[in-house]
Design a binder for this molecule. Structure first.
Ligand SMILES: [Zn+2]
Ligand SMILES: [Zn+2]
Length: 273
């Protein structure tokens, strides 16, 4: 199982996940042409996608979803709230599967579980994607990390989480105060410190890779996000966890599968035969 961020941040989010021959996207916030180009440069034919899971209706996550769905014949999946708020009903889609928060859905070889997250959107979701005993947790755009998300991500081998802003940079930055309040609020975005607290106290023992995503260009600096996460992992005695930051244009492939026979840190040995 492997994944690859194709775009991250306010200019457009999309993450490609592949396992057991099935490929899905989480979010399609890039224009359909640039999303297709980034898929092709990752060696993936856009028509080979089994589905696009849309986390919420904001343009940087859903902006390219309808036209991509229509052009390449790929179904969308999301909540009823996302469908209505993104006005997906006004467009010709290849199809739309309604997701309920807290439920699981099988797509080919992948199982996708949804978790409701606190964000100022109509039905925002985080996801856990599983394949053959491995799992990836994916959470962008949320005001805080609640116990439900911590629990859902506990057994994940890799976690992608937003590290959106540094509070000092946000307060001193160019945004109007109303927008600053929104970002800082319980239904806004995660700060570097929020992520640090999660890594220090909530990260599951099975996790080997953490990807920091959706960094604000105006209110954060990659080195601040990295330092906060590294410090938290060190405090937790987890310096062996691989830490990656996603740039706006994404990452390379990140392989999640564990080498055969290597024991899990949480003590659960995978069955090899
Ligand atoms: Zn966003
Ligand atoms: Zn959002």
């Amino acid at each position: 199982m492997r994944f690859r961020v194709l775009g991250s941040g306010s200019t457009g989010n999309a993450t490609l996940i592949e396992g057991g021959g099935t490929r899905i996207l989480i979010d399609a916030g890039l224009g359909p042409r640039s999303l297709a180009e980034r898929l092709l440069s990752a060696g993936v034919d856009p028509t080979s996608l089994a589905a696009i899971f849309v986390s919420h209706e904001h343009g940087d996550h859903a902006g390219g979803a309808a036209s991509f769905s229509a052009k390449w014949g790929v179904r969308l999946c999301g909540t009823r709230g996302t469908y209505a708020a993104a006005a997906f009903g006004a467009t010709e889609l290849a199809g739309y599967d309604v997701l309920e928060a807290g439920a699981s859905r099988r797509v080919g070889a992948l199982t996708v579980t949804t978790i409701r997250v606190p964000h100022d959107a109509a039905g925002p979701l985080a996801f856990v994607v599983e394949c053959d005993g491995h799992a990836i947790g994916h959470a962008t755009d949320l005001g805080h990390i609640g116990p439900g998300l911590v629990k859902a991500f506990r057994a994940c081998d890799a976690v992608l989480v937003e590290s959106n802003y540094d509070p000092g940079m946000l307060r001193d930055g160019p945004y109007p105060w109303s927008l600053k309040e929104r970002i800082l609020g319980a239904y806004g975005h995660l700060s570097n410190g929020d992520v640090g607290r999660y890594l220090a106290s909530g990260l599951g023992d099975a996790c080997r890779t953490v990807v920091l995503a959706h960094l604000s260009q105006k209110n954060n600096h990659p080195e601040l996000a990295r330092m906060a996460a590294e410090e938290a992992l060190r405090r937790r005695g987890r310096s062996e966890v691989r830490l990656e930051l996603s740039a706006e244009e994404g990452t390379g492939w990140i392989v999640v599968s564990r080498p055969p026979g290597e024991p899990r840190r949480d003590g659960r040995q995978l069955r090899l035969f």
